[in-house]
Structure formats: structure tokens, C-alpha cells
Design a binder for this molecule. Structure first.
Ligand SMILES: *Cc1c(COP(=O)(O)O)cnc(C)c1O
Length: 370
């Protein structure tokens, strides 16, 4: 078997657009009667803005959120009609770009409101905007005091499309900050009567009717990560990462695997090496903790994850089952992203957004009619 030669060593990342469309449909049902936008910041959580945004649009989504202005510009080129909110808002010198691409800046503080409303006055047009209220995250948004003090004059040239806030602990339903943020949001949003309101992202949708308001803004749950940790995952898995074995070591003397010599081996053990590493987004903190699957059997990572390679202890499999070229599933099936995240000491968001660009990416077509 040591003499067998593999085929091409291409790891492949499979992204199931049909599952993304189905997850959008499921979240939209859960959110009703609120409308459901899609958050596609950071290249749609690393999965590819163009295919993901087109899939969501075909599934009926008409409102999108991005973080950066550049992301909004890129999305406008893909979707001529959608409403696109830019969470970072608008900075000095960016007004024209925001306007030219018909983006809706999410205004995060009084200076930004002044800037955008001054620009609207100079153009002598009403420009769209959203207002972000900080109700307890201390990240972005008007403080409740600043929202209360908003100058109605400054709002006059704007068409306010949305008043929103963001929950810090929505994935912990019993956390007291959820109710506190809800209360502050209700109080502060009352300052903007008749304007649609939005509070819930993926996990917030599952906190109950009171959190859904007019628009929900899921991101990560669209991409298969469990929005209700500790309970059964309501969404379908989206990614699958498969790499072929490069080499199998039949251990014939006591030794160790990888940098730092952290995984001891003894004669009779077999170690398979796959061409995926931390440069591809498999975090080094998963070393000696995570598992992959070969032919449906779970096999542990052996030794440190290196830049380009991971060792796997395949001793539990029959020798005939693992050879150069044998496919290894590093991600795939229900909750694999959440599982790897837990093993690496992080969250599914980080696993997804770090998935690299050395893989061949294969998109499974949407089941929804385009
Ligand atoms: C990222 C983000 C979201 C989406 O959050 P998920 O937890 O991925 O659903 C929604 N709203 C804001 C303000 C965000 O920054």
C-alpha cells in the first residue's frame, strides 16, 4: 500500500446553495409576521457573496445587510433591486459612493447622522437611512441618551427605513441582558414612531415573538450553524470539506507526530496525512482535539495542525480502508461546523469565515427556481 500513488491532491469545499435557500425559508417561517433579511457580510460568512446572494434573492429575500461599504458596492453589482444596508454606516468622503450605489447607511452616532443629513440637504433629496441604537452591547449605535436627544431637524431630509439594535446574548435565552436590551430598545425606538424596527439576528428569532418586530436579520443560521446551542439544530448543514489522503505511515518504531512532537505513536499504528492546514482555516487550536471522518468512521487529529497538513490517527480502520487518495471528510453532516468550533475553542462563525481559498470550491445548485 505504501507504494500506491494518489491522484491529484485537491481538497474540495462543497457549499450547498439548496440548503442555504431552505434555511432562509425556514427562518422566514419562524420570523413571521416579521420580514426576513439576510446578512451576507464578510463574503457571506466566507462562503462566496455572489452565489450566496443570488441564491437568497431567488429564494425571495429582498433585504440584505453587509458590514463594509465595499461589500455593499459589490452586492449592488449583483442585485440591482435589493435593499442593501451597510452596518458600518457612512464616513466622510464616502457619501457619494453610498448614494451612487443606492445603499442604506446604518447611522451609528450623531456625527454620522449629521454627515448624511447634511449631504442630503446639499443634494436637495431625501436619502434613505437606518438608525442603530446601542441597547447594551457597547459596540455600534446611538446610546439611548443620544437617541433621545436626536434633533428632528437632522432627520427631516432623511427617509428613515429602519430602527435597529443588536443583542449581545441571544444564544443564551436565559441571560438577563436579553430582556434588558428588549426594554431599552422599546423605549428608545419609541422616539421614532412609525418606523419599522429590527432587533433579532439568527438566535434572536428563537427568543420569542417579542423579539421579532418588523424585520429579522439572520446571518450564521443561513449557513448551517446552530442558532440555539444546546438544543437540536433547526437548520440544514451547508458546508462539506473533503481532502484526499496524501500519505499513510505504517508506524514501525515508537515516535511522535508533527511539530512539537505532541502525539506519541507506537508500532502498529497508522497515521494518514491530508493536505489541509491552518492556512486553510482549520485552526491550530484544533490540534489533538478535533476529529475527521474516513468512510463514516471518526478519526482523531494526531499532532499539531501545521500550515498545510494535518495528521490523522487511522489505526482504528482496517489497513485496506486508508490509502493515498482516500477521501477524508473534515467538515460535513449535521453540526460539523459547530463541533469543530467547540473542539478548537471557538464558534462556528470563526470556522466558516476562516475557510481558505486554496480549496476547489464546488457549489451545489439551489433547489429553488431561479
Ligand atoms: C452580524 C450581524 C447580524 C447577523 O448575526 P448572526 O448571529 O450571524 O445571525 C445581524 N445584525 C448585526 C448588527 C450584525 O452585526
Amino acid at each position: 500500500m505504501a507504494r500506491e500513488v494518489r491522484g491529484p491532491a485537491a481538497a474540495e469545499l462543497e457549499i450547498d446553495l439548496g440548503a442555504i435557500a431552505a434555511n432562509y425559508g425556514l427562518l422566514r417561517e419562524r420570523a413571521r409576521p416579521a420580514a426576513t433579511a439576510a446578512v451576507v457580510k464578510a463574503d457571506a460568512y466566507g462562503l462566496g457573496l455572489a452565489p450566496v446572494a443570488r441564491t437568497l434573492h431567488a429564494a425571495g429575500c429582498r433585504q440584505f445587510f453587509v458590514a463594509r461599504l465595499d461589500e455593499g458596492v459589490a452586492l449592488r453589482r449583483l442585485l440591482a433591486e435589493a435593499e442593501i444596508f451597510v452596518l458600518d454606516g457612512v464616513g466622510r468622503g464616502e457619501e457619494e459612493t453610498v448614494f451612487a450605489h443606492r445603499l442604506v447607511p446604518v447611522l451609528n452616532h450623531p456625527g454620522e447622522l449629521e454627515l448624511w443629513s447634511g449631504y442630503a440637504r446639499r443634494l436637495a433629496r431625501r436619502l434613505p437611512a437606518a438608525i442603530h441604537l446601542d441597547t447594551g452591547m457597547t459596540r455600534l449605535g446611538f446610546s439611548v441618551a443620544a437617541a433621545t436627544a436626536v434633533d428632528v431637524e437632522a432627520l427631516a431630509p432623511l427617509e428613515l427605513r429602519l430602527v435597529m439594535s443588536h443583542l449581545a446574548c441571544a444564544d443564551e435565552p436565559d441571560h438577563p441582558l436579553n430582556a434588558a436590551q428588549l426594554r431599552r430598545f422599546l423605549d428608545a425606538a419609541a422616539r421614532f414612531p412609525g418606523i419599522p424596527r429590527s432587533l433579532a439576528a439568527s438566535s434572536g428569532i428563537f427568543l420569542g415573538d417579542a423579539y421579532r418586530f418588523d424585520l429579522c436579520r439572520p446571518g450564521v443560521a443561513l449557513y448551517g450553524v446552530n442558532p440555539v446551542p444546546g438544543r437540536p439544530n433547526p437548520v440544514r448543514p451547508v458546508v462539506r470539506l473533503v481532502a484526499p489522503v496524501l500519505q499513510v505511515h505504517e508506524v514501525d518504531a515508537p515516535g511522535t507526530v508533527g511539530y512539537g512532537a505532541t502525539y506519541p505513536v507506537r508500532p502498529g499504528m497508522r497515521i494518514a496525512t491530508v493536505p489541509v492546514g491552518y492556512a486553510d482555516g482549520i485552526l491550530r487550536s484544533a490540534s489533538n482535539r478535533a476529529t475527521a471522518r474516513v468512510g463514516g468512521i471518526e478519526v482523531p487529529y494526531a499532532g499539531r495542525v501545521s500550515m498545510d497538513l494535518i495528521g490523522l490517527d487511522v489505526t482504528a480502520l482496517p489497513a485496506s480502508a486508508v490509502a493515498p487518495g482516500t477521501p477524508v471528510e473534515l467538515l460535513g453532516g449535521p453540526d460539523s461546523v459547530d463541533r469543530l468550533a467547540a473542539q478548537a475553542g471557538t464558534i462556528g462563525y470563526e470556522v466558516l469565515t476562516r475557510l481558505g481559498h486554496r480549496f476547489r470550491r464546488r457549489y451545489l445548485a439551489s433547489e429553488e427556481p431561479a
